[in-house]
Each structure stands twice: as structure tokens, then as C-alpha cells.
Write a protein that binds this ligand. Structure first.
Ligand SMILES: [Zn+2]
Ligand SMILES: [Zn+2]
Length: 250
């Protein structure tokens, strides 16, 4: 059985699609069949090469980190999801997008993004399916998986393991509580998610800042009580620079 994986070879260029044999999962691992993938702002930065001093590796870069799928094959010893629910082939799951070690001091503190033992997987090497812009995705024990309730459609699951996870952490760390006012800077994917989640968490007033009217109108649809177009409050020179430099640098 073969599957496809989308690869970035050069910034700003069309992606390549590579085919690989779908590996059997090792003990503790899971192979997913991807059913939905989200296009994150980070994917756009990666494709454009916005990260300075970070050339594309010679093997290329596997694309996609948001996404969801169904269990294609379970490795030896995998019988449940991270919460103990029985797991079977065909079950819909969401997986964590990063691969922290789960054991270092940073991981134990909950700061998985600061893990000192992070691993990077190489394009073209086992397990091949390392991005969600693909037919399959290889999950290791570093990545907890969670069974998805039937009432959630595939359409809403794509961004859960990036945009929604990031926003959940942000609002939790910020300590958002009922009755509070919340200011959200930027009405992109994360900002819109944060707007809806802050309202759901009981925020009384959610105020969203952006410089693009269409994004602010979207924020209202996502529950913003007030929106502010910052372009109306910055100096002419800054506004001019904002028009010249595309987001997010402005
Ligand atoms: Zn993302
Ligand atoms: Zn760690």
C-alpha cells in the first residue's frame, strides 16, 4: 500500500507530492489515515520562507501539522486513547501535533513547546508520513491521541490540534473567567478561535483589534462585542508601512 506526502523543496515554489510505502506501526505507534487537514498561518510562513536564516533542508520539508484522521493500523500494545477509551482501527481520533518527550522538566511542567528532547523527522526516511498534507500520518507514543465524539464533524476537527490547542493554552494561562473583558490582537485563525472560545468561557466583553475590515467583520460573526480597526489610530507613516509590508509584520 502506498500513500502520498506533500513536500516543500524550495520557498515559494509548487509543492512536490512524494509516494511512499505505508509502514506498519511499531510497538506503541499508530498509523492514521488522514481525513482532514487545516492550512495554518505557519504553513504560509513556511511556504513563503518568512523564517530568516532557516533554509529548506536538502531533503525538503514535509508539509502540514493540523489535521485529523482515522486509525488505519494500531501498533502492538496500543489498546486505548490517552484518556483510556478503547481504540480500534477505523476510530476517528485527533493527535497532538508536536513530539515532546513527555519526561524532561519542561514537559513535566506542561511546557511541551520548550521540551529539550524534541526530535525532528526527516523527509524520505522512516516513518515517511510526518506531515498532515498526506494520505497517512505516523503517530508515536510522544503524541497523545484522543477519540473524537461522533457529534463533531470532520470539518471542525482540522484546526483542533494547532489553532484551538494554542488558544486553549493561551486563555487558560491568561486565566480568563466569567465576566471579564478580553482584548484579542489580530483576527486571523487563532484570533477568531480565541474570540469564540473567550465568549464560551464566559467573557463579558471581547474586543478584537485588526487592521483589515473583513477580518473584523468575521470576528463579529465569531462573537466579538467590539472591534477596533487599528489603522484608524496609527500615524500616517506607520499606516503606510502597514500597506507595504504584508501581515504579520505589520
Ligand atoms: Zn498551526
Ligand atoms: Zn520534554
Amino acid at each position: 500500500m502506498k500513500g502520498r506526502q506533500v513536500i516543500l523543496r524550495a520557498y515559494g515554489q509548487p509543492f512536490e507530492i512524494q509516494e511512499y510505502d505505508v509502514p506498519d506501526p511499531g510497538p506503541g505507534d499508530i498509523v492514521l489515515r488522514i481525513t482532514q487537514a487545516g492550512i495554518c498561518g505557519s504553513d504560509m510562513h513556511t511556504w513563503r520562507g518568512d523564517t530568516e536564516n532557516n533554509p529548506v533542508p536538502p531533503q525538503g520539508r514535509a508539509m502540514g501539522h493540523e489535521g485529523t484522521g482515522v486509525v488505519y493500523k494500531l501498533g502492538q500494545g496500543v489498546t486505548t486513547d490517552a484518556l483510556g477509551s478503547p481504540l480500534h482501527e477505523g476510530d476517528r481520533v485527533i493527535h497532538t501535533a508536536i513530539l515532546p518527550c513527555q519526561h524532561c522538566p519542561q514537559c513535566l511542567r506542561g511546557d511541551h513547546n520548550l521540551c529539550v528532547n524534541r526530535v525532528s523527522r526527516t523527509v524520505g526516511e522512516f516513518p515517511y508520513f510526518i506531515g498532515t498534507f498526506a494520505d497517512y500520518y505516523y503517530v508515536t507514543p510522544r503524541q497523545p491521541v484522543f477519540k473524537v465524539p461522533d457529534e463533531l464533524s470532520d470539518e471542525v476537527l482540522g484546526p483542533v490540534n494547532c489553532a484551538m490547542g494554542t488558544v486553549t493554552q493561551g486563555l487558560t494561562v491568561a486565566g480568563v473567567r466569567e465576566g471579564q473583558s478580553v482584548v484579542i490582537q489580530g483576527a486571523g485563525g487563532l484570533g477568531l478561535t480565541a474570540t469564540a472560545m473567550a465568549k464560551d468561557m464566559g467573557a463579558d466583553r471581547v474586543i478584537v483589534l485588526d487592521r483589515l475590515e473583513n477580518r473584523l467583520r468575521l470576528a463579529e460573526e465569531f462573537g466579538a462585542d467590539d472591534t477596533i480597526n487599528i489603522a484608524e489610530y496609527v500615524s500616517t507613516s506607520v499606516a503606510k508601512r502597514c500597506r507595504l509590508i504584508p501581515p504579520p509584520w505589520c
